[in-house]
Ligand binder design. Structure first.
Ligand SMILES: *[C@@H]1O[C@H](CO)[C@@H](O)[C@H](O)[C@H]1NC(C)=O
Ligand SMILES: *[C@@H]1O[C@H](CO)[C@@H](O)[C@H](O)[C@H]1NC(C)=O
Ligand SMILES: *[C@@H]1O[C@H](CO)[C@@H](O)[C@H](O)[C@H]1NC(C)=O
Ligand SMILES: *[C@@H]1O[C@H](CO)[C@@H](O)[C@H](O)[C@H]1NC(C)=O
Ligand SMILES: *[C@@H]1O[C@H](CO)[C@@H](O)[C@H](O)[C@H]1NC(C)=O
Ligand SMILES: *[C@@H]1O[C@H](CO)[C@@H](O)[C@H](O)[C@H]1NC(C)=O
Length: 939
């Protein structure tokens, strides 16, 4: 159930940053035009235009302070002085005969300020090369004047904070060989008409770079792109381009470098790709390409890098790709590729990065993978690979991820030869055997280690050995059968992520660990110690931690108020320990806390009363404690709250109708407290529109049933899709989206008479439990409209009147308990429409007449009706006087053999609920439906 993807938690932004740096580096290291040795005299018009240009901007020396890669940038116009010859100035190139300025390179020159339409730059009409990259022009537009510089062959305005639309006059620059308008601030837009004019006129273009330019108004790459037949570099990263690639595109046979990543291109990659055989770099990742990867790579003798990750590509891996002896980087991750990795006729002898994670590849890791001499980066995680992991005969590996596969066999010891290894993820890989942990000390650079969830792998962590792993930042050792708190953690300088959940760690948290958390590990983000046997006081998370779970241990004592410093917490999960004391008030005012789960402890005192406005809470579970006092008014500020469980406490209050403000609430449980008074709707027009579980059982509520609420429970009225399968149901998983950390919302409910912990709340799971109160009056007709309801319990109240006919409309109902009330009249025949009903309890009422027959009613036993002296007919022994049929034979041998096959068929067609609990037992037998129902009724 738990999925650990910790390597994805926080490293994405680092990758992004690295990419941006790379881009800037490329900019800076573009060869700049330099002055020739014999300097001509500068044209005096140009001289004064340049001086005015200089005066229109200021110099911002701190422009690149966050970019170490740009530390060599400097103020080039410092050398531009009136009275000296402009041809001698930094960044200026003149024509040797005319003295006109023909080249201007002011890339990364710390320029800052706005461009104006009258800027004298636009008068330098002899300019052939203009480079203003990496300055800050404060979102000024590129003015139409740019179109006057018709001699330009090279124009680079990249990452200079230009904004607005690219002017259509740009298409007048028909001599352009190289155009780079990349937008790092994503403020620049290119319109369809400008784009197609540009394609039509700049037919000599060899390099076209528009990374980050918003081209979303353009429906497709136009056909006319085929005219740019000299193009050898095309880079359109993150341009929001939609649509298909036109056929003419594949005529650009001179392309050596093609990047279209991060757009919304779709359709298949055609075999015409084979035209582009001069490609050295091809990146089509993060689009929506589908179909197979064409097997056309035989002639791509110069291809160095191929990236197709994050598309919808399917089919098998094209064998020709694996024959490219010069290929350096191959990334096909995050697709739906299937079948085996080719094992024969392969020669990826130069490969450094082989990245195939998140596909459906099967078969074994082919032998050639173990002996690639240059391999640095290997990621085959999240596939269906089987067989043993072999021993590697290379030493170059830096990054090795084989997690989430179905391997068999032991941990490959050759991994300890990878002395440069920084990342090792072998989690959920089905490995077995035994590892002496001290071996990892050989891997001095190891930064990321995850060995979690290998059911048959045991790790020997001896206390008396000094393991020095100072560079580790991520440690994942969940489900590794560890029995002692790992001492090697003490040698870690800077830990970010620690997952020790689901082990058998005993005893108290060592003091050094608490000290490290408090004083040393300032970047700690994620701590999971849940499901162990830890005792004593809970550790206190470091200030920046956003995930902290110690649930299901034996911790005692209170929560120290120092937890109030950890205000970055997103999830605080302390459930199922023996913690006591008051709940620190500060928790209510944490700005980003999504989940506060303190359930099943011994906390006492009152619920924090200071929930702040605009808080982030989605789940608050305080059930199973000894909390007292009223429900705070400020809970109404938790407008994003989906789950509120205050059950099993000693709360004494009237119904907290302030909660009507919580429009997202799906689960409200107040059960087993000392609530009292009538439940009357307050003020809200539409209270609780999304509620799916409403449990106020075991209190002292009185008065009529809360009809006003019933008619607003839209969440229980959604039409049931007949085809919904148990395994394709949506779970309430908002938390996972918010932080990509798994958190399963579990809620304790009484279902079919037994207390159950729902480990995942299905969005279609709906119940109302008002049992064990002092409600009186009739069952409102309107209840029949909640046709999505799975369970209804009104038992042990003082409800009178008839059972309304409309309850027969609750066609999803699986259990119905109306026992111990004062109901009168006949059992409505309509109840036989309830095809999923497996538990019915009408006992201890004053019902009368004939018990309806047919369908589910043939499976209910005496207990369903006991204590209604005026009822008659099957299954009661009391006949109704007239021609009584024989009871239908329910299932001839069922009673004797029930236990024998119960375990096999259970879960089968017992309604969705049982499908959830017993998903693993869900066996598709051909047993008749009614048989399964019969069994479910007994479960
Ligand atoms: C440059 O100096 C000359 C002579 O001193 C003066 O006429 C001219 O205005 C100056 N130009 C600028 C742009 O300052
Ligand atoms: C150019 O236009 C700006 C803003 O309209 C104005 O402030 C500036 O004086 C003008 N410069 C020249 C040289 O005309
Ligand atoms: C194409 O370039 C030529 C030469 O600069 C120019 O005269 C013409 O207006 C341009 N056409 C378009 C559509 O921009
Ligand atoms: C692409 O090339 C093919 C064959 O070389 C030619 O027939 C076709 O007209 C070209 N298409 C474009 C749009 O240039
Ligand atoms: C590779 O080039 C050869 C010779 O030009 C040609 O016959 C063959 O069809 C090409 N293969 C592919 C897959 O394009
Ligand atoms: C591997 O996947 C392919 C394609 O999905 C399938 O045809 C084949 O049977 C699978 N092989 C094994 C051994 O599972």
């Amino acid at each position: 159930m738990r999925h650990t993807h910790i390597h994805k938690y926080s490293f994405l932004n680092i990758t992004m940053r690295r990419y941006t740096l790379l881009l800037l580096l490329l900019l800076v290291h573009n060869p700049s035009s330099s002055c020739s040795s014999v300097l001509p005299l500068c044209n005096h018009h140009d001289n004064s235009d340049l001086l005015q240009f200089k005066n229109s901007f200021s110099i911002n020396t701190s422009l690149y302070k966050d970019w170490p890669a740009l530390s060599s940038c400097y103020n080039k116009i410092a050398s531009w002085n009136n009275g000296t010859d402009c041809c001698e100035w930094d960044g200026v190139t003149c024509d040797t005969t005319s003295g006109h300025v023909i080249g201007l390179d002011l890339s990364c020159s710390m320029l800052q300020g706005e461009f104006h339409p009258n800027n004298t730059l636009f008068q330098l009409t002899h300019l052939q090369q203009l480079n203003l990259a990496a300055n800050d022009f404060s979102d000024s537009p590129i003015y139409p004047g740019i179109g006057d510089l018709v001699s330009l062959t090279h124009l680079n305005l990249s990452c200079s904070s230009f904004g607005n639309h690219i002017p259509s006059t740009i298409s007048r620059l028909s001599k352009l060989l190289s155009l780079d308008l990349s937008s790092c601030n994503h403020e620049l837009r290119l319109d369809e008409s400008t784009w197609s004019k540009l394609m039509g006129n700049t037919t000599n273009l060899e390099v076209l770079v528009l990374d980050g330019v918003d081209m979303s108004s353009i429906r497709k790459i136009p056909d006319s792109i085929g005219h740019l037949n000299s193009l050898n570099q095309l880079r359109l990263r993150n341009c929001q381009i939609d649509g298909l690639i036109p056929v003419s595109f594949w005529n650009l046979t001179q392309l050596t470098h093609l990047e279209l990543l991060g757009n919304r291109l779709h359709g298949e990659i055609p075999s015409l790709l084979s035209n582009l055989k001069h490609l050295t770099y091809l990146d089509l990742s993060s689009n929506s390409f589908s179909g197979h990867i064409p097997d056309v790579f035989d002639n791509f003798t110069k291809l160095d890098t191929l990236q197709l990750s994050s598309n919808n590509l399917g089919g098998q891996l094209p064998p020709s790709l694996f024959r490219l002896s010069q290929l350096n980087v191959l990334d096909l991750s995050l697709n739906s590729l299937e079948g085996p990795i080719p094992s024969k006729d392969t020669k990826l002898s130069e490969i450094t990065s082989l990245i195939l994670y998140n596909n459906s590849l099967n078969g074994t890791i082919p032998n050639w993978c173990y002996s690639l001499p240059s391999l640095i980066f290997l990621d085959l995680g999240h596939n269906h690979l089987v067989g043993p992991i072999g021993e590697f005969s290379t030493y170059s590996m830096n990054y090795l991820v084989l997690s989430n596969n179905k391997f068999q066999g032991s941990f490959p010891n050759s991994i300890f030869n990878f002395i440069n290894l920084t990342t090792l993820d072998l989690s959920s890989a089905n490995l077995s055997g035994h590892i002496d942990f001290h071996q990892f000390s050989k891997l001095k650079s190891l930064n990321f280690l995850d060995l979690s969830h290998n059911a048959f792998l045991s790790i020997n962590l001896e206390d008396n050995v000094d393991y020095l792993l100072p560079n580790l930042t991520v440690v994942g050792l969940s489900s590794c059968k560890i029995t002692k708190f790992p001492k090697f953690l003490e040698s870690i300088e800077d830990l970010y992520v620690l997952d020790l959940s689901d082990n058998q760690i005993e005893g108290v948290i060592p003091k050094w660990f608490n000290d490290k958390l408090l004083y040393k590990w300032k970047n700690m983000q994620f701590i999971d110690l849940s499901l162990n046997r830890l005792q004593g006081n809970i550790p206190i998370p470091s200030d920046g931690t956003y995930y902290f779970s110690v649930s299901k241990n034996n911790f005692t004592g209170g929560i120290s108020s120092t937890i109030c410093n950890a205000s970055f917490l997103n999830m605080l999960i302390l459930s199922r320990n023996n913690l006591t004391g008051n709940i620190p008030q500060c928790l209510g005012s944490f700005p980003s806390l999504l989940v506060l789960d303190l359930q099943i402890n011994n906390f006492y005192g009152s619920i924090p009363g200071n929930f702040s406005k605009n808080n982030a809470f989605e789940t608050i579970k305080l059930n199973g404690n000894q909390l007292e006092g009223p429900v705070p008014q400020s809970l109404a500020h938790c407008t994003k709250l989906q789950v509120l469980d205050l059950g099993d406490n000693n709360i004494e209050d009237v119904f907290p109708s302030q909660l009507e403000a919580l429009q997202e609430l799906q689960v409200l449980s107040l059960r087993n407290n000392k609530f009292h008074g009538t439940i009357t709707s307050l003020s809200m027009k539409h209270p609780f529109p999304k509620l799916k579980i409403f449990d106020v059982s075991n209190n002292k509520f009185s008065g009529p049933l809360p009809m006003q609420y019933f008619q607003e429970f839209q969440g229980m009225m959604t039409t049931l899709n007949e085809n919904t399968q148990a395994d394709s149901l949506e779970y309430m998983s908002a938390h996972a989206n918010a932080t990509s950390v798994p958190y399963n919302d579990s809620v304790v409910i009484i279902m079919k008479g037994q207390e159950r912990e729902m480990s995942r709340i299905l969005t279609i799971f709906t119940t109302i439990d008002l049992s064990n109160n002092l409600f009186e009056g009739k069952i409102p007709q309107i209840l029949g409209e909640l046709n999505f309801l799975k369970g209804l319990n009104l038992s042990h109240n003082k409800i009178s009147g008839n059972i309304p006919q409309t309850l027969g409309n609750l066609t999803s109902l699986e259990w119905l308990d109306l026992s111990w009330n004062q109901l009168k009249g006949e059992i409505p025949l309509s109840l036989t429409n309830l095809n999923f009903l497996s538990v019915l309890n009408l006992s201890k009422n004053q019902l009368e007449g004939v018990i309806p027959r047919g369908k589910q009613f043939n499976t209910f036993q005496n207990d369903s009706y006991r204590g209604n002296p005026m009822l008659c007919g099957f299954p009661l022994s009391k006949s109704c006087g007239n021609d009584e049929e024989q009871p239908p034979s329910v299932f001839p041998e069922a009673k004797d053999s029930l236990f024998g096959w119960k375990s096999v068929v259970v879960g089968y067609a017992c309604g969705v609920v049982f499908g959830i609990f017993l998903g693993s037992l869900f066996i598709k037998t051909a047993k008749p439906l009614w048989l399964a129902r019969l069994i479910c009724g007994y479960t």
